[in-house]
Design a binder for this molecule. Sequence first.
Ligand code: FES
Ligand code: FE2
Length: 341
Amino acid sequence: MTRDVPGQLDNLDPRLAYFYHPIATSDEVGAQPRRFSLLGENWVLFRDRADEIVAFVDRCPHRGAPLSMGSVAGGTLECAYHGWRFDERGKLLCVPALGEGAKLPAKANLVQAAALQERYGVIFLAPKLPRAELLEIPEASDETFASGMLSPVMARQHAGYLADNFLDMAHFPYLHKASFGDGTSTKVDPYEVSLDEFGLRASYRHSFLNREDPAVAKGERPLQQHREMLYRYRVPFSLLLRLSFVEAKGTNVIGFFISPSDAMQSRLFTVLWRNDLEGSAQRMTEALEFEAKVLAEDLWLQNSYRSDGFPLDAKREVHTKADRITLAMRRKLSEALQAVR
Ligand code: FES
Ligand SMILES: [Fe+2]
């Protein structure tokens, strides 16, 4: 159960149904039905005969059995309980207990997702007609970039706080001191945030410790280096971080796609695009391991919160000018939700 606290967004806010959310990786969905949770509701996903993703609310209209316990064969989904069969669009085809040619009950069709998109190796689902497009990531179709994905992780945290965390700059020297945080660079210099219709962007340059750079180990470059960071956020819970390495050259784009799974948990999908790994699969593996380590530092803290939701009302927290980006993110999210009628 969630508590409705004024000015706080919880993961189950019904207005969130009008946006795309990541729900599964492409690899997790095959020809047989599988259950995934989004906004506190279970969905059954599988691929139809044309290899397109199909998604229904995971509840049989007969007695409510999870359709994900059933099976798909020859383009029909069969419920495990009494064998009702549905076509790939969710239309009821057969009730075995009534026999061949029987009149089928009306209103027994399945509830389909309003919109689905498969992008970046992730499946995005909007339960209701989405009000915003997905975040565009040009590097995803740029052949000079190699991509990799971390295994999705569950976090005991509201999706808003996770998005906030990945947009935040002031925590690097503290929470990430074991990975890349530069303890000599704690001040966040002034930066600009520009708003667009459904999100924002901000750029920022800072010093960091480049433990990933092979030239550091060889003594050819210093450990303390600089990177230009570009943040782009899209409502409700997607963002990217483009890190351009000043000394080491090359670019690392990290996409964070956060799924409000249920009242207390979110599922995080992280995708990397890099153009500095010289086509080496080994270096991509190492880059993913490094990112997983950084993420574990974030989640160590995020998993320990206890909150009634994500504060959209600016008066509920204390903000400074270093928090301009995360304050703007609250504003864009709040506006987008208020526009849902
Ligand atoms: S509950 Fe699905 S067929 Fe009866
Ligand atoms: Fe972090």
